[in-house]
Design a protein around this ligand. Sequence first.
Ligand code: AMP
Ligand code: GLY
Length: 445
Amino acid sequence: MPRCGAARSKLEGVRIFPAEGLDMNVLLIGSGGREHALANAIVASPRLTKLFVAPGNPGTAPIAENVTLDVANHAAVVDFCRLMKIDLVVVGPEQPLVDGLVDALEAAGVCAFGPSKKAAQVEGSKAFTKALCDRARIPTAAYGRFSDKASALAYLDKVGAPIVVKADGLAAGKGVVVAETPADARAAVEACFSGAFGAAGAEVVIEEKLVGEEASFFALCDGRRAVALASAQDHKRVGEGDTGPNTGGMGAYSPAPVVTDAIAARTMREIVEPAIAQLAREGTPFKGVLFAGLMIGGDGPKLIEFNARFGDPETQVVLPRVADDVLTLLDDCARGRLAVERVRLKPEAALTVVLAARGYPGTPETGTEIGALDKAAALPGVIVTHAGTKRDGARLAANGGRVLNVTGVGADVAEAARRAYAGVDAIDWPGGFCRRDIGWRALKG
Ligand code: AMP
Ligand code: GLY
């Protein structure tokens, strides 16, 4: 098996393998809608021999082999890769990245798409990213970082509200409070230091509230270079009109109209490229997909946060737009030899609607039966991905909060939305619900 790191350092910039025609065995890590979308893109590659997904879901079962692997046990993952002659591991979620799975694989000579443990700190530690922004002069909110409550509260007294309080570490999307009043800000600081987010809250970042429109931007990176992939926008609130509690995302669309060509170019020049160059200079090259959460205001894009992985559900709308071979792009990133100047995108837009189980984002009702997915998937321009389902004998049942993603692909966001909702309406699942207004910002004009 070629050694990823060794091959790269000896043969800087040289293609080590032919770009096409190589039989590849791939292991994809993860179980959500993002991974089903990645699996769809990977199996479309003429280079693929066999795709394994650990653990996968009922959506990936017909197109790949789902395998049971303890992903936290890095030695077990390495053993599996050796046994199955895996040429590339693609890591979907953030936790294995932050835990150092890619480091363990590369140390064993297995190539992996995703950043090392150190580079994954761009997502794993908000304080790390804020300090990186300082060193690389990346536009972001002014901030302070604190490891004790008294100094955090004293800083709040000085800066007032509105203000944003963030637990430093991974808190499953729950560690951020946009506080409109000083009392809310103090309560958020108290919650962090009282252990509400475990170790993730041992340090807090307090930052200026940015104004503008939010969007996500994805770039593929090979450690030294980055190329723009696509933009997207998601809807985090559970209710229509972007109201109610926060969720992992109720829908998304790509491209995001607010990310004009000029904003995309500035995002690459002012945010992505400086970050990649700084990380490389400091000996922590980032390879994988850099997901920049942006606030786009009057003076251009500012960084809210980085993630070290594909977004969920953004992946479900980004990958169907890619005209290039996705497996080759991922493999080239992993091997440090990204050769393309830009990723070719189809002219289409895509929009995905999340179907969630009743009760989400509180306690979702599980086990309710889902039917007629084949009817939805047979409609023109409709892709159904599984996010939280399980097989229960012959039945398909809900098994989580966000359960299905119905993606429409069309000439523009409006057509993509019509197609996605036609797919939603074809599905027979009384136990589920969705927002009917996904894409409203893109459609209002
Ligand atoms: P994060 O986990 O950092 O993405 O934050 C979650 C959400 O909080 C973001 O998607 C924004 O809506 C909001 N947010 C985070 N930081 C800021 C900020 N500095 N200004 C305004 N909104 C923010
Ligand atoms: N949809 C937001 C995320 O994947 O973090």
